[in-house]
Design a protein around this ligand. Structure first.
Ligand code: BDP
Length: 679
């Protein structure tokens, strides 16, 4: 098994009684609608039933009072939201119904999932609606086929062959997303090329959009804010300039001519060197609103990213997005959604939630998660990310009192907005199995499922994915799920325990906590961990940067006293003395060593867990993961040593008894880690 089929394997149902039950509903697939999305649903059902049950079922639009089939029905009186669905037994058929074609497609995939898991059909009754309206992947794919922070080969989109050549993979990509409820895709990198605004590329994009449309997925583009100048030949890209405004209006009209259901723009502006409205003394709101105006005649939206931090040597990067965006609350056009990364810095293995959540009640805030493992060991380390996503979503902002979770900000229920969004930076690429690491497929899966229903638990999703993708053997599944559920904490332990962050430079693979050279201070590692002879950690209380003040008092209370701060967040907010006794009874130094060592050791536990599943899953997938775990183990030891040896130069203490001191010297470790920086 090369992993290409993802979680849509439709392996034969082996449980005989379940199979017999399913076969009772295979007389026909009834589809009275002429819509192309419902057609996709019917085709999927046909494929699914054929593989699951070995039976060819025909699709018919004249089924009258026939029984023993599966009926796909548009139903305006359905009590679910537009994209929601019902699955129920009625009139001797299984009926999948929805107000919309997309809803029928989602219901169909839910039914197929149910069957793949060999669950009983009697009393089948499902009603489900998405909690968030825009559920999308962000691809950081470039025109030249490379993928920024991509670890699974090159881009899925073959720009030089489009629009004539339609890679069949586009459709399989769309099926996989639709099966999770994802309804939008931004095709290109946020560090955008203006080329995508040219007619040549709009036509290529349109060809992909034609495929996506059949699966209820809208296509979006990232835009280069200075395109009016670089592509349009204007003398400025000032958002208040009438010519610039006219240029964008025309551009958007040109896009809609080719792509009538175009989704909209995603914009990274005045961030990490990208151009933006501030280049002309204008605000983010003025920039976003200009684009929103161009979308006025259409359904499309503008998604404006809040990932900004200026090169200010005295500033705390943690505070930057809040400082720039909170004053703009209420100033954005209703067609704008501001997209906020889950944490204040940048997709670290653990971050506190971004203080923007809850603090912009008049502006729809979408959350951006990173599925691709930029800071999580690329495609070499196994890190199941659902717990990262859930941790953010479950965090309580307390803005409207207890229960004001980030999830409720994002799903609009807290502040009452309807344009709600969850975005995930994709981990897909041209690798045959899409994601490089076979277990990384679970992260795509988890993101999609949570974007539909953020109340699902990490465990539930892991179980589902494992059953669909890897094995139906109960015991094997148990050990895999346990491995997945613990993998994130293990990774944190050998990389960024106790609230350390961003020891990575450049490639973001191996930690280099000693890095003190960068073109700006916040592009060094020492900026983040602040190790010195007295201790370790970033003081963000009132005695330090006071970033904590950006949170509600109840949140501040959780984190402002070093003795009470939960250990996972300790060094995010406090500079702690090396010999300070922590709640575990160990000193900071001892605790750090304990985490680094047990983290790295636990990778051998992961290997054992994986081995327990041997024989119960495909041999090729088994071997690929086993080999990657071997890499992970080697790297984890190396990364542990990098930290321990480096921090030791400040703590000036020996590695606590029970742990074998690193066999290499700091200089040796530095040299080997530096290999990653050689071009
Ligand atoms: C950082 C990445 C960089 C992205 C940037 C962003 O290192 O490649 O361009 O985020 O999100 O995580 O814009």
């Amino acid at each position: 098994d090369d992993g290409y089929r993802l979680w849509l394997k439709y392996e034969p149902v082996i449980n005989a009684s379940v199979k017999a039950e399913y076969l009772r509903f295979t007389a026909f697939v009834g589809n009275a609608s002429k819509g192309e999305i419902v057609k996709s649903a019917a085709v999927e059902l046909k494929t699914g039933l054929k593989n699951l049950l070995g039976k060819s079922v025909s699709v018919t639009n004249s089924f009258g009072n026939k029984t023993g089939g599966i009926v796909l029905r548009l139903d305006a009186s359905n009590d679910q939201q537009d994209e929601g669905y019902h699955i129920a037994l009625a009139g001797g058929n299984i009926v999948v119904s929805s107000k919309s074609e997309s809803g029928i497609l989602y219901g169909t995939f839910a039914l197929l999932r149910h069957m793949q898991m060999q669950l009983p059909i009697e009393n089948l009754k499902v009603a489900s609606s998405p909690k968030v309206r825009y559920r999308m992947l962000n691809h950081w794919d470039n025109v030249d086929g490379t993928v920024e922070r991509g670890y699974a080969g090159s881009s899925l989109w073959k720009w030089y062959e489009l629009p004539e050549v339609i890679d069949p993979r586009y459709q399989d990509y769309a099926r996989a997303n639709a099966s999770l409820g994802i309804n939008g895709t931004v095709l290109n990198n946020v560090n955008a090329s203006a080329r995508f605004m040219s007619q040549e590329y709009i036509v290529k994009v349109a060809a992909i959009a034609d495929v996506m449309r059949k699966y209820g997925i809208k296509t979006y583009l990232s835009v280069y804010f200075a395109a009016p100048k670089t592509l349009g030949g204007l003398s400025t890209s000032d958002p208040l300039d009438p010519q610039v405004r006219a240029w964008w209006k025309e551009k958007v009209a040109q896009i809609y001519k080719e792509i009538p259901d175009f989704g909209g723009f995603l914009v990274k502006a005045n961030s990490e060197g990208e151009p933006g409205p501030q280049d002309y003394g204008r605000t983010h709101a003025e920039g976003a609103n200009m684009l929103a105006e161009a979308f006025k005649p259409y359904e499309g939206i503008v998604i404006w990213r809040a990932f900004v931090y200026k090169a200010d040597p005295r500033a705390d990067r943690f505070k930057a997005a809040y400082e720039e965006f909170v004053p703009l609350d209420g100033k954005f056009d209703p067609k704008v959604i501001v997209q906020v990364k889950n944490g204040p810095i940048d997709f670290q293995p653990r971050e506190p939630f971004s203080p923007l959540f809850g603090n912009m009640p008049k502006t729809p805030l979408g959350v951006e998660f990173q599925i691709t493992q930029e800071y999580l060991g690329f495609a070499a380390h196994a890190v199941y990310e659902a717990p990262i996503f859930k941790e953010c979503l479950n965090s309580d902002t307390y803005v409207n009192g207890q229960g004001s979770s980030v999830a409720r900000v994002v799903d609009g229920s807290l502040h009452g907005y309807s344009r709600t969004l969850m975005a995930g930076v994709a981990n897909t690429g041209s690798d045959r199995n899409w994601t490089g690491h076979p277990l990384a497929q679970a992260n795509w899966y988890a993101f999609g499922r949570l974007s539909w229903d953020h109340e699902l638990s990490s465990e539930q999703i892991a179980r589902e994915w494992t059953a669909l993708t890897l094995t139906r053997n109960q015991k094997a599944a148990e050990s895999i799920v346990l491995l997945m559920l613990r993998s994130r904490e293990i990774y944190v332990d050998y990389n960024t325990p106790l609230g350390l962050s961003r020891p990575w430079m450049g490639v973001h693979f191996a930690p280099e906590p000693w890095q003190n050279k960068g073109s700006r201070p916040d592009w060094t590692a020492v900026y983040y961990h602040r190790a010195d002879s007295s201790g370790l950690g970033f003081d963000r209380t009132a005695s330090g940067s006071n970033a904590l003040a950006q949170y509600q008092p109840q949140v501040q209370k959780q984190w402002n006293n070093p003795d009470k701060t939960p250990l996972p967040y300790l060094l995010w907010f406090h500079h702690v003395r090396w010999d300070e006794k922590l709640s575990t009874g160990r000193t900071l130094w001892e605790e750090l060593c304990t985490r680094f060592y047990t983290g790295a050791d636990s990778v051998s536990w992961m290997r054992q867990q994986w081995d327990m599943a041997k024989g119960s899953l495909d041999e090729q997938i088994y071997a690929s993961v086993a080999q990657r775990l071997e890499v992970q183990h080697r790297e984890a030891i190396w990364w542990r040593d990098a930290w321990v040896l480096y921090l030791q130069t400040f703590a000036r203490q020996t590695v606590p008894a029970g742990f074998e001191p690193p066999r290499q010297t700091l200089e040796e470790v530095k040299k080997s880690v530096n290999v990653y920086l050689i071009r």
